[in-house]
Design a protein around this ligand. Structure first.
Ligand SMILES: Cc1cc2nc3c(=O)[nH]c(=O)nc-3n(C[C@H](O)[C@H](O)[C@H](O)COP(=O)(O)O)c2cc1C
Length: 368
């Protein structure tokens, strides 16, 4: 690492901000509009509190879980991001290796710098392919065939980024995707020549539910939808046969003032239950955040910006240290709370001041 060892992700954010130029930092950190969506994710997590239990002994807390058949050392995956080459020459190769080393999973963007097949080789069974639908149905089918042949352990269909976002802070900072960034997966698919388009973004197909049904028929492995926020969409996705949902507002990068993903998760859990895996991303910055998300109903979480800070600071080692920091924090918090396994995390692990106010008892005159 290039600076004094960070003790938590906040230290890492500060160090990454110092290490990156202003425009690159703005691209990674920024979001849509006035960035209320980014703030909302953080505020929602900050607004609930952990409820520890007493006298439960000192069993070491186990942070492992099984997700769609894969054993994870911690319930934290690396969300798809691009272009990682902005932050480190090894880009997605380093990220995939770090995820595998830490017992996690890397979800690889269609917009990756390196070709998906090359990335997946770094971390067998621990890379999922995230689909952006480019150009035509035929190209989408070819993307799925390529991902299956390369050994993608799951397909993640992002549903919240069909249209370019109004990223004002990124524009103000004068960010442009540098010419040495490539789109290796797209090049391998023959979609474009692998170079950055003049306006920095290739047009995507705006997927509809009937497209999802087609994708579901074609993709034989686990399929997750990423970017679902409304319980009606969650229900419809599950009815289409998806294996899991990633409740996400794209880290506040697509729509300003979007509902915080934690509150969206809460409504989805209430209305569709937890029979199939629910993942959450947006604003996860600590082990205690992981517990909060699991207590609301997530089976696991994803992180985006935090591992990019690690990638910028130290490539594979930097991403690995983000995951090990989170695991250490999670284990510590579980033990402080009297929890020995993730299965014990439930809504009683949280105090939500909104419901406290709603339930506040009347003390009566004799308590005056
Ligand atoms: C720089 C950057 C690039 C991203 N690129 C993608 C992408 O290619 N595909 C995708 O589905 N989501 C993308 N996302 C969204 C992340 O997958 C994830 O939803 C988000 O970062 C989670 O919020 P967090 O950064 O607060 O953890 C990107 C996010 C960032 C910060």
């Amino acid at each position: 690492m290039s600076t004094a060892t960070p003790l938590n992700l906040a230290d890492m954010e500060v160090a990454a901000r110092m290490a990156l130029d202003r425009a690159t930092w703005a691209y990674v950190a920024g979001g849509a509009g006035c960035e209320r969506g980014i703030a909302g994710n953080l505020e929602a997590l900050d607004s609930v509190w952990l409820q520890p239990r007493a006298l439960l002994g000192g069993t070491p807390a186990q942070t492992g879980c099984t997700l769609l058949g894969t054993r994870l050392a911690l319930p934290v995956l690396l969300a798809p991001t691009s272009p990682q080459r902005l932050l480190h020459p090894q880009a997605e190769l380093a990220t995939a290796r770090a995820a595998a080393e830490a017992g996690s999973i890397s979800i690889v963007s269609t917009d990756s710098h390196y070709a998906f097949a090359e990335i997946a080789e770094q971390a067998p069974q621990r890379c999922w392919f995230q689909l952006y639908a480019y150009r035509s149905q035929r190209d989408v089918d070819a993307s799925l065939d390529m991902a299956a042949a390369a050994g993608a352990a799951a397909l993640v269909v992002t549903v919240d980024a069909s249209f370019a976002a109004r990223r004002l802070s990124t524009r103000r900072a004068g960010f442009h995707v540098p010419a040495d960034i490539a789109f290796g997966t797209l090049r391998a698919l023959g979609i474009g020549d692998g170079s950055v388009p003049a306006n920095g973004r290739m047009e995507r197909l705006a997927l509809r539910w009937e497209d999802l049904e087609r994708l579901r028929r074609r993709w034989k492995g686990p399929l997750l939808l990423k970017g679902v926020l409304d319980p009606r969409d969650a229900r419809r996705g599950l009815d289409c046969g998806v294996d899991g949902l990633i409740v996400s507002n794209h880290g506040g990068r697509q729509l300003d003032a979007v509902v915080p993903s934690l509150w969206a998760l809460q409504r989805i859990v209430e209305q569709v239950g937890r029979a199939r895996p629910l993942l959450l991303d947006g604003g996860i910055r600590s082990g205690t955040d992981v517990i909060k998300a699991l207590a609301i109903g997530a089976h696991a979480v994803c992180i985006g910006r935090p591992y990019l800070w690690g990638l910028a600071l130290g490539g594979q080692a930097g991403v690995h240290s983000v995951l090990t920091l989170l695991q250490a924090e999670l284990q510590d918090a579980m033990m402080q709370m009297g929890l020995s396994s993730l299965e014990e995390i439930d809504p009683d692990c949280l105090v939500d001041p909104r419901t406290l106010r709603a339930r506040a008892p009347s003390w009566g005159a004799d308590h005056a």
